[in-house]
Design a protein around this ligand. Structure first.
Ligand code: ATP
Ligand code: MG
Length: 412
C-alpha cells in the first residue's frame, strides 16, 4: 500500500462530471446560441486582475469586497484578486483597450469566478457564470433587450416555468440619494432591534439592509420607505419605458420594490430571476444598470447595463442530462482486423456519425459489451478467410439508418 496521501480538492470547488457536466455544457451552448441571436460579441477575460479593479468598482462596504475576495500578493509584491464577478473586469478592459470606439458595445462571456463563501448547495467558492453586458448605452431599450434575452435563454433551457422576473428601479443619483437618507432615518429608529450586520450597514449602506436574509430584519424591511416616493420624473419615465418595452415583447415581470442588488454601482433598473425550486439559493440570474461604475474606475461617464447568471444553479434546474448514446458501436471481435477497424472508425466520424469502438478485454465478450451501450446501430468486425469482415448487426429503420447503410456501401 502506498504511504502517499492523496491531496483533497479545495473546499467549495466541484469536480463536475457525467450527467451534471452535460447539463453544464447545455447551459453554455444554449447561451452561446442565444447571444448570437441578440448579436452580443464574445470576450475572453483574465481570471485575475489588480485588486483595485474590484475594490473601487464594487464598493468597499459590499460583502464581496469586504469578506469574499480571494486576494494575494504575487511574487512582484502586487495585490491581485481572482475575479469575483465579470462586470468590473469588462469595464476595465473597455477603458484600457479603447473599446469606446465600439459603443454601444454588447459583450458576452462565461467562465469561473471565485468568492470566499460558506459552501452549500448552489453556493461554491469556485463557481461559473454566463454574463451579458451593454456598455455605452443610456437608453432603456438596452435594459429591455438584455431582459428579453435572459427570458428567451430560460425558455430555451426549458426552465422558465416557476422562474419569475422581479424588477425594480433604484432611480437616478438624486432619487437614490433621497431614498438612502430616508432609509437611514427610518432604520435609525429601529436600530436596536436590527441584526448586528444591519446595524453596521445602517450608516454606510442602508439599501443593503433591504437585502438582508436575517429574520430579525424582515419586519422592518417590509415597512421601510419605498423608492417610488423619491423617484424623479426622469427616473419614472425611464422605468416606464423599461416596463412598457417588456410588456410589448411579451416578457412577464413582477414589481419588487425592496429589491436592491449586492453591489453599490447600480442605478435605475435592478432585477433578479428567482425560483423557489433551489431552496435558499433561489436567485438564478441578476443584474441591472450600472451607470456609475466606469467613472469609479477612472473613465468618463459611461452608461451601462448587464446581467450574470450562475451556471451551476441553471444546470441544477435543467436537471441531469443523459449522456447522448453514440450513433454506432463497433465491436472488434478479432484483433488481426485492428487496422481495418481504425480505418472504419476514422471514416465513420469523418462522415458525421458519433461512434464508439469496443476493442479491449476478451474478444468473445466485446459484442455483448457493445450491445449494452444501447446504440441504434451495431457493427461487428471479424476475420473470414484471412480478410476483415464487417457485419451490420442492427440498424434503425430511419433516415439515419439508411445513411449508415449508404456509408457502408461506399466504405467497403
Ligand atoms: P446571492 O444573493 O445568492 O449571494 P449574489 O447577489 O451574490 O447572489 P451576483 O453577484 O448577482 O450574486 O451573481 C449572479 C449570479 O451568480 C447569482 O444569481 C447566482 O446564480 C450566481 N452566484 C453568485 N454567487 C455564487 C456562488 N458562490 N456559487 C454559485 N453561484 C453563485
Ligand atoms: Mg452573494
Amino acid at each position: 500500500m502506498s504511504s502517499i496521501q492523496t491531496p483533497q480538492a479545495i473546499r467549495g470547488t466541484q469536480d463536475i462530471f457525467g450527467a451534471e457536466a452535460e447539463a453544464f455544457g447545455f447551459v453554455v451552448e444554449t447561451f452561446e446560441r442565444v447571444r448570437r441571436l441578440y448579436r452580443f460579441r464574445r470576450a475572453e477575460m483574465p481570471v485575475f486582475e489588480k485588486t483595485a479593479v474590484f475594490s473601487r468598482s464594487l464598493g468597499e462596504t459590499t460583502d464581496v469586497v469586504s469578506k469574499e475576495m480571494y486576494s494575494f500578493e504575487d511574487r512582484g509584491g502586487e495585490s491581485l484578486t481572482l475575479r469575483p464577478e465579470f462586470t468590473a473586469g469588462l469595464a476595465r478592459a473597455y477603458l484600457t483597450n479603447g473599446w469606446q470606439q465600439y459603443a454601444p458595445l454588447k459583450l458576452a462571456t462565461h467562465g469561473p469566478l471565485f468568492r470566499y463563501e460558506r459552501p452549500q448547495k448552489g453556493r461554491y467558492r469556485q463557481f461559473h457564470q454566463i454574463d451579458a453586458e451593454v456598455i455605452g448605452a443610456a437608453e432603456p431599450q438596452a435594459d429591455v433587450e438584455l431582459l428579453v434575452m435572459a427570458d428567451q435563454l430560460l425558455h430555451e433551457l426549458g426552465i422558465a416555468d416557476g422562474v419569475t422576473l422581479q424588477l425594480n428601479t433604484l432611480g437616478d443619483a438624486p432619487s437614490r440619494e433621497a431614498w438612502r437618507l430616508a432609509l437611514i432615518a427610518y432604520f435609525r429608529d429601529h436600530a436596536a432591534e436590527l441584526s448586528e450586520d444591519s446595524q453596521e450597514r445602517l450608516e454606510k449602506n442602508p439599501l443593503r439592509i433591504l437585502d438582508s436574509k436575517d429574520p430579525r430584519d424582515k419586519p422592518f424591511t417590509a415597512a421601510a420607505p419605498r423608492i417610488d416616493d423619491f423617484l424623479s420624473a426622469e427616473a419614472q419615465d425611464f422605468f416606464g419605458k423599461v416596463t412598457s418595452g417588456l410588456d410589448a415583447a411579451g416578457v412577464a415581470w413582477t414589481r419588487a420594490p425592496a429589491l436592491v442588488r449586492g453591489l453599490d454601482y447600480y442605478r435605475h433598473t435592478a432585477f433578479e430571476f428567482v425560483t423557489d425550486r433551489l431552496g435558499a439559493q433561489g436567485t438564478v440570474l441578476g443584474g441591472g444598470r450600472y451607470d456609475g461604475l466606469i467613472e469609479a474606475l477612472g473613465g468618463p461617464p459611461t452608461p451601462a447595463v448587464g446581467w450574470a447568471a450562475g451556471i451551476e444553479r441553471l444546470a441544477m434546474l435543467v436537471g441531469e442530462k443523459g449522456e447522448a448514446k453514440p450513433d454506432v458501436v463497433v465491436a472488434l471481435e478479432d484483433d488481426t482486423a485492428h487496422a481495418y477497424s481504425m480505418r472504419l472508425m476514422a471514416d465513420l466520424r469523418r462522415a458525421g456519425f458519433s461512434a464508439e469502438l469496443i476493442a479491449s478485454g476478451s474478444p468473445r465478450k466485446r459484442f455483448d459489451k457493445a450491445v449494452k451501450i444501447g446504440a441504434d446501430s451495431l457493427i461487428a468486425i471479424g476475420i473470414d478467410g484471412g480478410t476483415p469482415q464487417l457485419r451490420l448487426r442492427s440498424t434503425p429503420v430511419s433516415q439515419r439508418g439508411e445513411e449508415l447503410e449508404q456509408f457502408l456501401v461506399s466504405f467497403r
